[in-house]
Design a protein around this ligand. Structure first.
Ligand SMILES: COc1ccc(Cl)c(-c2nnc3c(C)nc4ccc(C(=O)NCC(C)C)cc4n23)c1
Ligand SMILES: [Mg+2]
Ligand SMILES: [Zn+2]
Length: 344
């Protein structure tokens, strides 16, 4: 089973002690993928501290460090769904809490902010780089455990998160009252399960209605819809960065998709076109994904928070880049070329 060495904890605590937050780490345009892997855990500590959470929730730094190291070890080295994805999703939760002033303005409570950040860190734990439908179709052990409830992978990510919290010396919430503790675990459960895109697609019309009507601070439904929206925004946040990050992320996602497609073909199942390396047209698929999923989500966020307009603009700019790439490839596909090399 996963182990964390005491020297690792000491090394992170020493790193955090003398460290300031990296310049501009709290800006929306900052890409967390630039942080050295060996410094990520130290920066998680600094971000929790920067938001006053260490103080407010009496988080013990050695417990938090051990928890973070277990979470980092809990991710596999899949092309996309790895520790860096978790770290960047967590970083974006820090950005929205800090830059949209979510707690001070009363949109979410400080406990919800804590649960949001911890859920982001844990939301894809032990991901194998394959989808929920792949679990069901190939009858994996995770499907046999969770397929009756749906959201197979998300239930596994949640189980892994709870397992780490129950590991000796890793319960970061042991400074919370029993009422706060159970509320926090309920939030983490709902927030991790909300990262299933199928769950998001069921809710997005309600979220659009909420943004159109205006956020109602006395409506607990609006509070919950906002928390789920924030989880999806964090999970898709690579698409709010510059073109190089957006394109590189798409590369990694399609590495996973095409590997799954290869597996499905080997098993005699026909993969979705977006998973078939022989058929997928990445620029066109990305235009669809940005148009149908990503841009609508950041449009809702920008309607609720004017400061978030820059995020919507970035996703629209990235979609435009894919449109130009698609037009370019359409000409090349006519003349028989097919590699994406020009995008390097
Ligand atoms: C928020 O939860 C997730 C879960 C899993 C993934 Cl891989 C992603 C994700 N993160 N970045 C990407 C990029 C750049 N392209 C993607 C293209 C298609 C899809 C996809 O799942 N299409 C199925 C359809 C029913 C929507 C997901 C993509 N994606 C997000
Ligand atoms: Mg996921
Ligand atoms: Zn994710």
């Amino acid at each position: 089973h996963m182990k964390v060495h005491p020297d690792d904890v000491t090394r992170v605590l020493n790193c955090a002690r003398g460290h300031d937050l990296m310049l501009e780490i709290d800006r929306f345009y900052f890409s967390p993928r630039k942080v050295e892997e060996s410094e990520c855990v130290c920066y998680c500590l600094l971000m929790f501290d920067d938001l006053g959470m260490v103080q407010q929730w009496q988080l013990k730094k050695d417990t938090l460090t051990r928890f973070l190291l277990f979470v980092k070890k809990g991710y596999r080295d899949a092309p996309y769904h790895n520790w860096y994805h978790a770290f960047s999703v967590f970083h974006f939760s820090y950005l929205v809490i800090k830059n949209l002033h979510l707690v001070e303005r009363g949109y979410i409570s400080s406990l919800e902010a804590l649960a949001l950040m911890v859920s982001c860190l844990c939301h894809d734990l032990d991901h194998r780089g394959t989808t929920n439908s792949f679990q069901m179709q190939s009858g994996t052990e995770l499907a046999s455990l969770y397929s009756s409830e749906g959201s197979v992978m998300e239930r596994h990510h949640l189980a892994q998160a709870l397992c780490i919290l129950n590991t000796d010396g890793c319960n970061i919430f042991d400074g919370l009252s029993s009422e706060q503790y159970s509320r926090c675990l309920d939030l983490i459960r709902d927030l991790i399960l909300a990262t299933d895109l199928a769950h998001h697609i069921r809710l997005v019309q309600d979220q659009e209605k909420m943004a159109a009507e205006g956020f109602d601070f006395h409506n607990s439904q609006h509070n919950q819809l906002l928390l789920f929206l924030l989880m999806t925004c964090c999970d898709l946040s690579d698409q709010t960065k510059d073109w190089k990050v957006s394109r590189t992320t798409a590369d990694l996602v399609y590495q996973e998709f095409f590997s799954q497609g290869d597996l499905e073909k080997a098993m005699g199942n026909a993969p979705l076109e977006m998973m078939d390396r022989e058929k997928a047209r990445i620029p066109d698929l990305q235009i669809q994904f940005l148009s149908h999923i990503v841009c609508p989500v950041f449009k809702i966020l920008a309607q609720l928070f004017p400061e978030a307009d820059c995020l919507l603009q970035s996703t629209l700019k990235n979609r435009h880049c894919w449109e130009q790439a698609s037009a370019f490839f359409a000409r090349r596909w006519e003349s028989g070329h097919s590699s994406l090399d020009i995008l390097r």
